[in-house]
Design a protein around this ligand. Structure first.
Ligand SMILES: CC(C)(COP(=O)(O)OP(=O)(O)OC[C@H]1O[C@@H](n2cnc3c(N)ncnc32)[C@H](O)[C@@H]1OP(=O)(O)O)[C@@H](O)C(=O)NCCC(=O)NCCS
Length: 240
């Protein structure tokens, strides 16, 4: 862990934090909440935040809302209407496949989901689609979603949804979540962190490039413009 990474894990107000003392715990129990920013005995000042592994049951609704806030405009045609999409996302979210930026009151400010061979942050199966959309609704949605499917066994450790609440962007939270994802990937024995970014999302792409990600290839997803309101996506990778 470099000093630069350590700095980015702390809150933005310049106070000293505990320098990642508990990182070994990540390996043993990734679902365990891990305060990367401060020791438990130090009262957190207002406005501070920290990165944690996993989300608690009472944070699920907020995490689903954040996910939809970021990706609803792309997923809306297929996964809408919004109340149903939120119900689906909240139902399938895997709490052990996400890192969360949480403030001193437990409010979720940002999430970084990930996908491995054993699961995804927002996955779910046909049964989940049926439970929320009914059998017919599930059938056509499954066909549409299949155009986005990727073979994870070929991809390794992948980002599955990175979002910071609009009011909290530009505070370094997204950068800290990505750095924490790199550590998570490393601790799970992966050599690289991969992500897909929509070609038009130039700000997010700039952030990834600044953090050392490079484009490996461009993916033209069939029917993506019609179904998901985007043209092409870029696959990016960074060694961890
Ligand atoms: C991309 C995102 C996660 C960045 O989170 P963040 O907490 O604002 O990131 P940081 O504060 O660490 O870094 C901000 C940098 O990210 C980039 N950025 C990307 N989107 C941004 C946005 N909407 N507002 C501010 N900065 C943004 C900028 O290049 C900025 O660089 P700067 O510091 O030189 O101004 C956040 O903007 C977001 O949730 N966007 C919507 C969802 C999304 O596009 N996710 C990525 C899908 S691949």
């Amino acid at each position: 862990m470099t000093l630069e990474q350590d700095r980015m894990m702390r809150d933005g107000d310049g106070d000293a934090g505990v320098p990642l003392a508990g990182l070994a715990a990540l390996e043993a129990a990734s679902a365990l909440a891990l305060d990367l920013a401060r020791g438990a005995e130090t009262p957190a000042p207002p406005g501070s935040w920290s990165i944690r592994c996993g989300i608690t049951p009472d944070q699920r609704a907020a995490a689903a809302a954040l996910y939809w806030e970021a990706f609803g405009d792309k997923l809306g045609r297929v996964m809408g209407p919004a109340p149903r999409a939120l119900r689906f996302i909240e139902r399938v979210m895997a709490a052990d496949h996400v890192l969360a930026a949480v403030d001193d009151r437990g409010q979720v400010l940002g999430i970084a989901g990930f996908r491995t061979r054993t699961g995804a942050f927002v996955g779910g199966g046909f049964g989940d689609l049926v439970a929320v959309y009914g059998r017919l609704g599930a059938l056509w949605r499954k066909s549409c979603l299949s155009v986005l499917a990727r073979d994870v066994s070929q991809q390794g450790f992948m980002v599955d949804g990175l979002v910071v609440a609009e009011a909290h962007r530009g505070r370094g939270i997204g950068t800290a979540l990505l750095e924490a994802l790199c550590l998570e990937a490393q601790l799970r024995g992966h050599r690289a962190l991969r992500l897909d970014v929509i070609e038009e999302n130039t700000r997010a792409r700039a952030l990834y490039e600044r953090m050392g990600f490079t484009v490996t290839h461009r993916m033209q997803v069939p029917l993506a413009r019609v179904l998901f309101a985007f043209g092409a996506a870029l696959a990016m990778v960074r060694e961890v």
